[in-house]
Design a protein around this ligand. Structure first.
Ligand code: SF4
Length: 492
């Protein structure tokens, strides 16, 4: 007789002889498997030697593990532990992908860490499929960024002064055996006496808890000391010149997220083709602002698509003199609002009606109209911070009853850039095509981040260091592109 517990155990271990037999033909898992198999057969040179060499076959094939990881992301399971636990549910799709195998969490993690390049290439392969099946329009690509929480504790941080003091102490300890003895006495044996009291007090004034932990390690043995020295070098490379450095993920940086909260984060950049929201480029950077991201993103878009799209859109944060020059030199049409236009879009009903963005610029007359319907005509050019501006004003201000609210000083003046590239950009933005295309951007860029954060339950970056975190996000974009392929590709 079989008891109930034993019976359940028998049930949970039951697997179908032919995995996938009971799945519908249009199940996404088949598309995932087909894409990855064709990717691997076309890129067999990317596989490790072990995969291709003769002899005893590997337990897990690259195609099985890669498909399983992508399938996990498509089902909202991102961590290696989560994937391992998922296998306990005897899911038929997983059995199909893995040919009834059950890799452990460490097998999945090992595969993940040694195949980051392969995952990057798989992302490019999905783009090639997008081009091949006409899912990428090449008309309009929107570049946008969002701040994502790094897997780093805001409290496990160290100051550059502490690192420098640690280096100084290491040097001192080389030649001062007495100091070494006294420090070991306290940090390794917990003895505080009249001989080491003052030294310890001084050190504790200079170093906080995390730095003291590093100091304790230095005292253990030569190997530990070398490890700490290497770690200090790594931390110093990641010092941004002003903030503390994270000890959990030194490559993350202090930056404000969209809610205005300061934390250790990464800046995630994507470029999306607006035909079907296909992601054509993505990048994780630790620069807190988007100022320097337009050029690398456009370069990468060109590399992935073999050409630039007809139009790029990006918000005001990307609009820099360098970006304008790059667009001009590469014959790129980009639509980016300037600061005033950006405020108008984001805060259409500003409370102070006399702020610059409430003054309407008229392209035909090259003049501004103020909120009290007075015309501010072009007067002259002026340089501010070494940049040329066109200056507009009116003589009516002195008779205006709102003058006190409108300006401080002699008269109200409006400054408009005199940089011809900026003027051209503003012209593009204010054209009918420019306005229509820029409106679409709110759908294109924002939707992906919404899908990522809400529908796909992306909990924030789980892996440490830029490269691993980047791979995690690459998997999300692969999943996103595969969904688009499934949605729009005709059955044949
Ligand atoms: S002070 Fe001059 S610019 Fe300002 S609202 Fe009055 S007329 Fe217009």
């Amino acid at each position: 007789m079989v008891n109930a517990a034993k019976y359940r155990e028998i049930q949970s271990n039951f697997v179908l002889n032919v995995p996938g037999e009971n799945l519908d033909d249009d199940n996404l898992v088949f598309l995932v498997e087909r894409i990855i198999q064709s990717f691997l057969s076309e890129n067999s040179f990317l596989l490790s030697d072990e995969e291709t060499k003769q002899g005893r076959p590997k337990t897990y094939q690259t195609g099985e593990l890669l498909s399983f990881i992508v399938w996990g992301v498509l089902n909202g399971i991102n961590s290696c532990r989560g994937l391992e636990n998922w296998l306990k549910h005897n899911d038929e799709c997983c059995n199909y992908i893995l040919n009834n195998k059950k890799p452990s969490k460490s097998t999945i993690a090992r595969f993940y860490n040694s195949n980051m390049f392969l995952i990057e290439e798989l992302f490019r392969y999905t783009i090639n499929l997008g081009i091949k099946y006409d899912l990428i329009g090449f008309e309009h690509v929107a570049i946008d960024g969002t701040i994502l929480k790094a897997n780093a504790s805001n409290f496990r941080v160290i100051k550059i002064d502490e690192l420098e003091y640690l280096e100084y102490l290491i040097d001192e300890l080389e030649n001062n055996n007495e100091l070494l003895f006294e420090l070991k006495k306290y940090f390794l044996n917990d003895v505080l006496d009249e001989n080491n009291y003052n030294i310890i007090k001084k050190i504790k004034n200079k170093l906080k808890r995390e730095a003291l932990k590093l100091l304790t390690k230095i005292l253990v043995n030569k190997q530990e000391k070398q490890d700490v020295l290497d770690f200090i070098t790594y931390l110093k490379v990641n010092y941004n010149g002003k903030n503390t450095i994270s000890l959990t993920d030194p490559e993350s940086r202090w930056m404000k997220d969209k809610k205005g909260n300061m934390g250790l984060n990464y800046n995630y950049q994507v470029a999306i083709d607006d035909k079907y929201d296909f992601i054509v480029t993505q990048k994780l950077v630790n620069d807190p602002t988007d100022h320097h991201q337009f050029i690398p993103m456009a370069d990468e878009v060109k590399m992935n698509l073999n050409r630039h799209p007809t139009l790029y859109t990006a918000d005001n944060a990307y609009l820099t003199d360098n970006a304008l020059e790059y667009c001009y030199k590469n014959n790129i049409t980009a639509i980016m609002p300037d600061r005033t236009e950006n405020i108008k879009t984001k805060h259409p009903k500003s409370e102070n009606r006399y702020r610059k963005h409430n003054f309407q610029y008229n392209w035909y007359t090259d003049a501004y109209i103020c909120p009290e319907n007075q015309i501010l005509e072009y007067q002259n050019n002026r340089r501010i911070n070494n940049k040329p501006y066109r200056v507009y004003s009116t003589k009516q201000c002195k008779n205006c009853i709102y003058s006190q609210e409108c300006y401080k000083g002699i008269k109200r003046e409006i400054f408009r850039t005199a940089n011809p590239l900026k003027i051209k950009m503003s012209e593009n933005y204010n054209s009918d095509l420019g306005k229509q295309t820029y409106k679409k951007r709110f759908h294109t860029g924002e939707t992906y981040f919404a899908i990522l954060k809400k529908s796909r339950k992306f909990p924030g970056i789980q892996r440490k260091t830029t490269k691993k975190a980047q791979t995690e996000l690459t998997l999300q974009t692969i999943a996103h592109n595969i969904k688009i392929i499934q949605k729009h590709l005709k059955p044949q």
